[in-house]
Ligand binder design. Structure first.
Ligand SMILES: [Cu+2]
Length: 651
C-alpha cells in the first residue's frame, strides 16, 4: 500500500509544468499498486507476483473478500455492500449481469490489465468507490519497446497462469497489448479434502493505443474477458460462461492551466449459469443475464492561486435483464424474469475545490448530485410486480446526492486528516425490481421493492500518520451511520420459488444502523536488514432491528517481513485472525473460528543480456490450516497449503 501524496509539490506551485504534474498526481486517496513487484514489496508486504488480483487486494486491511468458490471473489471496502460501494474500471461504470452476485466487477479484468486500485471516498455520489485503473503507455522523448512473458503453476489446484505483454512508447504514440490465460482444477482445503466446484478457466486480452497531436492526447482501449466452466462451491449452481467486452475512447488536453479529460465508453456482459454439473438438481433451470452500459464522462481540473478546482460530470445508461426458465419433471416449463429489463439512465455532476491555506493546512469541499430515471421495458416484469400490488408508473425518478469536506494538516513528518461526508444513495436494481432472486447464503428468495426510499448515510474518518527516522506509524478510525438502511426482511405470507428455499425476503428500509472500525499500522526498519510492517484492524456494525451487520471483521493482525541475501529476496507474511462470533444470522452469515495464515516467498532476478528473468517460489497457507471466514458463503473451506512457481521474462 502506498500513499500518493502531494508533499513538496506546493513548492513548485507557480510554474505551469509543475501545475500539470500537480494535477496529475492529485489523487489524494489511497492507492493499492497492483503488479509492480518492486513497489509492492517496497512497502514490505511480502507480496507475491503469482497472487491473483483479489489476493493482492486482500492484503490491504481496508479490503476483505467474499468468496463463493475459487474464482471471482468480491472485494468489499470497510464492510460496505456491493450496492454501497461503486466499483469502476478506470472511471467507467460497469454492472455485473448476475442476479445471484456471482460476478463482481473485478471478475471482468485480469491483474495484468491493471495498474492500481484507487480507494476513493470523499468525492463520489455513492458512499465509496473503488476504481481499478488500467495500465497505459506513456509519451516519452526516446522510443522504447518493452514486454514480458510469464507463466506460473500451483501445486494445490494444479492451477496455471500464462501470458504476455508488449508495449511501445514514443513521443507521439504508445501501444500496449497483453493476453492472459489461467485455469485451475478444484482446490483442496487444509484437511487435504477436495472442495468440489472451485475450478475455473479464464482468458483475457487487452489492447490500448495512445496518440499525441499537439496539445491533444487521444487513447482507445479494448478489453475482452471470458471465463468458462467456473465452479461456485457456495452456490447451488455454476457458470458455464461469463463474457465481458469493455471499450473506451478518451481525449485529454490542456487549455491554459485547465486540464480537460473526456471519455466515451461502452461495456457489455453476458453471464450464463449452469446447474447441469451438480449431482442432484431438484429442477433444472436456465438462468442467463445481460448487462450493457454506455457512458460519457468528463473532468476539468484547474489551478488558480491557492485553489485547485475540479468538476466532473457523467451521463450513463445501463440496461440489465435476467431470466429464469424452470423445467419441472412431467410439467410444462415455467418462465420468469428475475431482472425484468430495466434501463437506468442518470446524469451526475461533482464539483470540488481544494484550498491551500499554507504549506501545512488545506481543505477540500465537494458535492455530488445525480438524477435519473429507471424505466421498466418489460411487460412481463410490470405484470410480475403487479402481483405484489405495485403499480409501475412510466419510470421511477432516482435522485441522490452527497456532500463532503476534508481538512488536512501536514507538518514535516506528521499528517492528520479529518473527513466528513453525508448523503444518500438510490436503491440498486435488485433492491428495487428483483424478482425471486435466490440468495444461497441465507436460503431466501429476494423480491425488490419499487417503493424503497434512498438510504441515508453519514461518514466520518480520522487518519493520523507520522514518520520518525524512517519508522512510520499510522492510525485510522472510521464510522458510518445509516438511516433508512436497506435490508431484506422476511415476508412469511409468501412462499419460496426455489425448491428447498427458506422463504421470501423483501427489501425494506429498516431504520438505523452503524459501522465502526479502525486500523493501527507501522512500517519499521525500512533501511535496515529486515524491513517489517505490522497492521492490526477491527470492525463492528449493528442495526437497530436486525442485530449485527453483515461483513464486519474480527480482530486481525498482520506481520510482514522482507529480507535480502545476496541475490535472493525473501518475504514472510503472517496473518492471525480472531474467531468471529458476531455473524449477521439474519443475513445468513456463519460464525467462524480463528485462524493463522503463513505465506512465504523467495525470488530472484537473473539478468540475461539486456533482459531479465524473475523466478519466484511462493508458499501460501504453509501451516495447512483448515479454515473458513464469515465471508465465505455457506462456510466453504478455503484453500489449504499451496506452493507456486513462477517465471517471468522481461525485456
Ligand atoms: Cu450467476
Amino acid at each position: 500500500m502506498i500513499k500518493k501524496g502531494i508533499l513538496g509539490v506546493l513548492l513548485l506551485w507557480s510554474t505551469p509544468y509543475f501545475a500539470q504534474v500537480f494535477l496529475q498526481i492529485d489523487t489524494l486517496e489511497e492507492v493499492v499498486v497492483i503488479n509492480h513487484y518492486a513497489t509492492k514489496s517496497g512497502g514490505p508486504n511480502a507480496v507475491q507476483m503469482s497472487a491473483s488480483l483479489e489476493e493482492t487486494l486482500d492484503r490491504d486491511a481496508d479490503l476483505d473478500l467474499i468468496r463463493r468458490g475459487g474464482y471471482a471473489a468480491e472485494v468489499v471496502y470497510h464492510g460496505l455492500s456491493g450496492t454501497q460501494t461503486n466499483t469502476m474500471i478506470d472511471g467507467m461504470r460497469i454492472y455485473g449481469a448476475c442476479t445471484d452476485k456471482m460476478d463482481p466487477v473485478t471478475a471482468y479484468v485480469d491483474e495484468q490489465n491493471l495498474h492500481s486500485l484507487e480507494k476513493k471516498g470523499s468525492n463520489d455520489v455513492t458512499i465509496h468507490s473503488l476504481n481499478l485503473k488500467l495500465k497505459r503507455g506513456e509519451f516519452v522523448p526516446t522510443s522504447k519497446h518493452y514486454g514480458s512473458f510469464y507463466s506460473s503453476v500451483n501445486s494445490n489446484n494444479l492451477g496455471t497462469r500464462y501470458g504476455g505483454q508488449y508495449g511501445f512508447n514514443s513521443m507521439r504514440l504508445w501501444l500496449l497489448v497483453n493476453a492472459n490465460g489461467s485455469r485451475a482444477s478444484n482446490y483442496s482445503d487444509g484437511s487435504n479434502r477436495e472442495v468440489r466446484f472451485t475450478q475455473y478457466e479464464k482468458f483475457n486480452a487487452m489492447a490500448s493505443v495512445g496518440l499525441k497531436l499537439g496539445r491533444n492526447e487521444f487513447s482507445a482501449t479494448l478489453v475482452k474477458d471470458k471465463a468458462v466452466d467456473v465452479g461456485y462451491a457456495g452456490l447451488p449452481m455454476d457458470v458455464s460462461s461469463a463474457d465481458a467486452l469493455i471499450a473506451r475512447f478518451e481525449h485529454q488536453t490542456m487549455l491554459g492551466n485547465t486540464n480537460i479529460n473526456h471519455q466515451v465508453y461502452y461495456n457489455s456482459i453476458v453471464h450464463v449459469m449452469d446447474d447441469t454439473k451438480r449431482d442432484s438438481v431438484a429442477m433444472h433451470m436456465d438462468m442467463p443475464g445481460w448487462s450493457e452500459t454506455k457512458g460519457i464522462s468528463g473532468r476539468l481540473n484547474q489551478t488558480r492561486g491557492n485553489w485547485l478546482l475540479r468538476a466532473q460530470y457523467e451521463l450513463v445508461q445501463n440496461s440489465r435483464r435476467a431470466e429464469m426458465t424452470m423445467y419441472p419433471e412431467n410439467e410444462a416449463e415455467m418462465y420468469m424474469e428475475t431482472w425484468p429489463e430495466v434501463v437506468r439512465s442518470f446524469a451526475s455532476v461533482n464539483p470540488s475545490a481544494t484550498y491551500y491555506f499554507n504549506e501545512n493546512y488545506d481543505i477540500l469541499v465537494s458535492a455530488s448530485l445525480s438524477t435519473g430515471v429507471d424505466k421498466m421495458q418489460s411487460p412481463t416484469g410490470i405484470k410480475q410486480l403487479e402481483v405484489f400490488g405495485y403499480t409501475m408508473p412510466d419510470g421511477i425518478q432516482t435522485n441522490a446526492g452527497a456532500g463532503s469536506a476534508r481538512i488536512r494538516f501536514r507538518k514535516s513528518s506528521f499528517e492528520h486528516q479529518l473527513t466528513l461526508k453525508a448523503g444518500n444513495r438510490a436503491p440498486e436494481l435488485s433492491e428495487r425490481f428483483g424478482f425471486y432472486l435466490y440468495n444461497s447464503q441465507d436460503g431466501f428468495d429476494y423480491i425488490g421493492n419499487p417503493d424503497l426510499k434512498n438510504e441515508q448515510f453519514l461518514h466520518v474518518s480520522d487518519d493520523v500518520k507520522f514518520d520518525q527516522l524512517g519508522q512510520q506509524f499510522y492510525a485510522k478510525a472510521y464510522a458510518y451511520l445509516f438511516d433508512q438502511y436497506i435490508f431484506g426482511v422476511q415476508e412469511p405470507a409468501y412462499f419460496a420459488m426455489t425448491p428447498g428455499g427458506g422463504g421470501v425476503k423483501i427489501y425494506e428500509n429498516i431504520g438505523k444502523a452503524f459501522i465502526l472500525g479502525g486500523e493501527l499500522g507501522s512500517s519499521l526498519f525500512q533501511s535496515g536488514k529486515i524491513p517489517t510492517t505490522a497492521v492490526i484492524s477491527y470492525r463492528y456494525g449493528r442495526s437497530e432491528r436486525f442485530g449485527y451487520l453483515p461483513q464486519m471483521s474480527p480482530l486481525a493482525f498482520t506481520l510482514n517481513h522482507t529480507y535480502t541475501w545476496k541475490k535472493l529476496q525473501f518475504g514472510l507474511s503472517n496473518k492471525w485472525v480472531n474467531r468471529y462470533n458476531r455473524a449477521s444470522l439474519s443475513f445468513g452469515e456463519r460464525n467462524a473460528k480463528n485462524y493463522w495464515l503463513m505465506d512465504a516467498t523467495i525470488s530472484t532476478n537473473l539478468p540475461l543480456k539486456s533482459t531479465n528473468i524473475l523466478v519466484e517460489l511462493a508458499g501460501n497457507n504453509l501451516l495447512n490450516q483448515y479454515y473458513t471466514t464469515h465471508l465465505s458463503w455457506n462456510g466453504i473451506p478455503l484453500m489449504g497449503r499451496n506452493i507456486s512457481l513462477m517465471a517471468k521474462w522481461s525485456f
